[in-house]
Design a protein around this ligand. Structure first.
Ligand code: NAP
Length: 256
């Protein structure tokens, strides 16, 4: 059998590696921004791991997974540590290029106003929005480290910004969960930088979803399509040097 010249082998290798798809893992994907993230990453040809608390009820997500064979739906409640560990064990050894901690809850707004503060409600919002995101990221560290892109993201909100809070109060549990998320992911960025894992904080803007409607936000938000297209561009552009900055879907910095 004749040997192929080295240049041909190298070109073949390049072809194979450029055909290799990237993998994204996204939490909270049965509706809203998460569902649109799945749609747009699937359309880009990525391998997509889409998690949801109740996949059996996630009809739009299941339809998407049927259409795009590279979308895998997994069950995950981000406030359930055992479930996080079980999912990470299932994916052991599989590189994850981009991890987006999208799952989040506004909580019951009536139980997070002054005069009616409810401890159980507070803990449950912080558990999902803050601890859950950090725990998922911790659990998938080796998957990120094994990937080409090595990017992990927290999904923050303007309500977690100290400067923007001067304009409007309320939403105590939600805004405190997002402010805590910001500082946690900044610390993580510092911890993982030397290992080449980029940790970023992104915000989707004011987006027309169930969450925004439940907040009684006056005015109209942007579409999930516009928000996600913008965030994906921001995610693409983020590097180890730009990490730990909170960036909005349009690339603008969110004030600390
Ligand atoms: N919409 C906005 O204007 C806006 C602005 C700033 C930031 N954000 C952030 O963007 C992210 C997505 O929000 P959205 O607007 O798309 O809200 P949404 O329509 O209410 O969707 C929230 C998603 O998170 C999931 N989720 C909630 N708690 C979870 C848990 N414990 N485990 C797993 N999944 C959980 C929900 O699943 P279930 O269906 O099972 O509840 C749902 O899939 C959130 O982190 C939110 O804080 C949104």
């Amino acid at each position: 059998m004749s040997r192929l010249p080295i240049a041909v082998l190298a070109a073949l290798g390049l072809l194979i590696s450029s055909a290799q798809a990237f993998t994204v893992l996204i939490t909270g994907t049965n509706r809203g921004i998460g569902l649109e993230l799945i749609k747009q990453y699937a359309e880009k040809g990525w391998d997509v791991v889409a998690t949801a608390r109740n996949p059996e009820k996630a009809h739009e997500l299941q339809a998407l997974a049927k259409k795009h064979k590279k979308v895998t739906v997994e069950k995950l409640d981000v406030s359930d540590v055992k479930a996080i560990e079980a999912l990470a064990a299932k994916y052991k050894g599989k590189p994850v290029d981009v991890l987006i901690n999208n799952a989040g809850t506004l909580g019951d707004v009536s139980k997070q106003t002054i005069g009616a503060l409810d401890q159980t409600e507070f803990v449950s919002v912080l558990n999902a929005n803050t601890f859950g995101a950090l725990k998922v990221t911790e659990a998938f560290k080796s998957n990120l480290a094994a990937s080409q892109m090595k990017k992990a993201f927290a999904m923050t909100s303007g309500l977690g910004s100290s400067e923007l809070t001067a304009r409007r109060g309320g939403f105590y549990a939600y805004r405190m969960s997002k402010a805590a998320l910001n500082i946690g992911f900044r610390a993580l960025a510092a911890d993982w930088k030397a290992e080449g894992i980029m940790v970023g904080i992104i915000a989707p803007g004011m987006v027309e979803t169930d969450l925004l409607r439940a907040s009684n936000f006056p005015g109209k938000g942007i579409s999930t399509q516009e928000s996600v297209t913008g965030m994906m561009k921001v995610i693409d552009g983020m590097t180890l040097e730009s990490n730990a900055k909170a960036l909005n879907y349009n690339g603008e910095a969110i004030p600390w």
